[in-house]
Design a protein around this ligand. Sequence first.
Ligand code: BGC
Length: 754
Amino acid sequence: MPTLDTLIAQLTLEEKASLCSGHDFWSTKAIERLAIPAMRLSDGPHGLRVPAGDDHLGLTHSKPATCFPTAAGLACSWNPALVEEMGRALGDEARAEGLHVVLGPGANIKRSPLCGRNFEYFSEDPLLSSRLAAAHIRGVQSRGVGASLKHFAANNQEHRRMSVNAVIDERSLREIYLASFESAVKEAQPWTVMCAYNRLNGELCAEHPYLLTDILRNEWGFEGFVVSDWGAVNERVAGLAAGLELEMPPGGEARDRQIVAAVREGALDEAILDRAVARLLAVTLRVRDNEDDSVGVDHEAHHQLARRVARESMVLLKNDNALLPLAANAEVALIGEFAKRPRYQGGGSSHVNATRVASLYEALDSRLGERLHYAQGFAIDRDDIDSALQQEAVAQAREAGVAVLCLGLPERIESEGYDREHLDLPPNQIALIEAVRSVQTNTLVVLASGAPIVMPWVEHADAILAGYLGGQACGEALADLLLGDVSPCGKLAETFPQRLADTPCYLNFPGEGDRVRYGEGIFVGYRYYDSAEVAPLFPFGHGLSYSRFDYTDLELSRDTFSGEDELTVRLSLTNSGGVEASEVVQLYVSDATRTIPVAEQTLRAFDKIALRPGATQHIAFTLRRRDFCFYDAAHGDWRLPSGTFEIRIGASSQDIRLVAPFEVAGDPVMLPPLDRNTLLGDLLVSDAAVAVLREQLADIADELPMIDPIMGREGDGGMMEAMSRYLPLRALVSFSSFTEAQLDQLLTALRAVR
Ligand code: BGC
């Protein structure tokens, strides 16, 4: 087999350019004379979408494939091992189809619950999101099939998604939006990354050298190729130079010719093209080596896996008077069209033609027989109340021992391509809850949605089970939970707000025209609710169980942490309830140094533990430098502050069970960038800088009593002192006999300090 270099040397300029775009919507080009094969790509992320018949987009008709729960639910499993197992199943299905790359997972942060595509993303928290994305990638790629981590980056809304400019400060970008991709890239090395449609700080992500080359390649060490989101390419040559290797779908021969012309005219260095081709071919050859058409798929086994995944993904939000699990002899009124027509996936490019679908009605029917009574209650496709349907539902509810209301967001409200305008359920469903509640005190709501809704009716429901978009086995999984075969163990990967106006980016979403300013900064999701003390409806990390867990014996391996250390956090978890169940133990770090504005607490580790009743498990987490750092935008690096921190162990972000403080001996303090406008007060962080100031300002000290404290004299402790802190160096010249020449000298001396 020729090496990549010899292969590239045999390609003509035209052939090299042609490899940088696809052959058609779903495959890359082959070059037969050199035995370079084509690659076939398909959506993702939670099932394959291989076009069938003449629907070349596969939007309306695709080959049957297992439809797993979408990422929004999957994330509530907080179980990377399970996500990896699902990834392996996807990889097997892809391989059996002769596919080489499955597009996904999506690691964009859920900035607003309104985003129409949140069902395809994991979380509002970058740690949870990137760990699950990494697991998904590892699973798929373990089968010799590439994953495509998408949409890089800051694709947090559907509104004007192909043109909007996300304006994000560097710190928030690094700590939140990029962090969600960072460890997935570093740990799992996806074979491809898909760039986003939108602009980021003025430049299209498809031609963003900072994003695609400086950060993705140079900082994170990404080794695969970057593919455009479908149709994201603007200027092909600029994209290529910025680090976008593959254009999909192909923009036609004209685009390839632009690349050739740019090389011939000297506008594009041929070495850049060669590098792009090398990256593309490296994956192409790897894919070819992994081909194996003898792989078969056990669709029944995958359906059962989808059922297990769904069970772990559903979240018991509320369970007053232990309404769930249902009593063994309960007469059940199952109400709502979703019970027979489940909403189990989202709309758009990820839409899977499921191999089969199990509704809750079918699943309960086979278990409850005559104790199950169904009423449609409302029409999914309409908002208005159908009084005949409603009355029938009320009649069933009155007769039964418990009413199970299957409610949710119809696909017309939530999909790729557009955002929601509000967080409410349709009015006919809200009216139904109230009507049923008036005749039945045991009322349970089962929700199907890809994102949070508000629940002004929350008091009318004794129990609420969020099923998310649970994939093709959602009905069976729901029945397993409702009947108590297994305990719920999902925890929210996002906050459910009380009101839309409570959401962190309420005033900055979806922006004005083509500009959306991320004005909430790092305060996304629970980082905002906790810090601003805004009570959520259900907090991040929340989820109930049929069992109970005790958290004890918190121990830190050290009292003082410095940058090179590891901090080991140990605790014990006991299942003190009556049934086998799993618990997600969450570790939050609180930075009490408040060196800069920080979130009240930040998730830094988690683990999901399955325990039999009475059993105890000892758990250990290891934390490192980055877990305590903030991104210092002024110096372009991660910085460890000094002072007191706290480890908080919780069953949710707002159910903290154990707390332990410790000290951090952080990085040496750094002087701010130095120029005439540097503030005097900002220099006080350094003793050496203070010494320089004292020496150089000695002659004017008597003229400016406001600098007394800086000069080591007693200050007034009030207004004068404050004024000196906020005094730019240049003002020394305005307010005293200090000269411009002395100012230059001072700056030179200060620069020598750093
Ligand atoms: C979506 C991608 C998807 C691609 C191919 C785009 O519109 O944003 O997520 O993978 O189409 O279907």
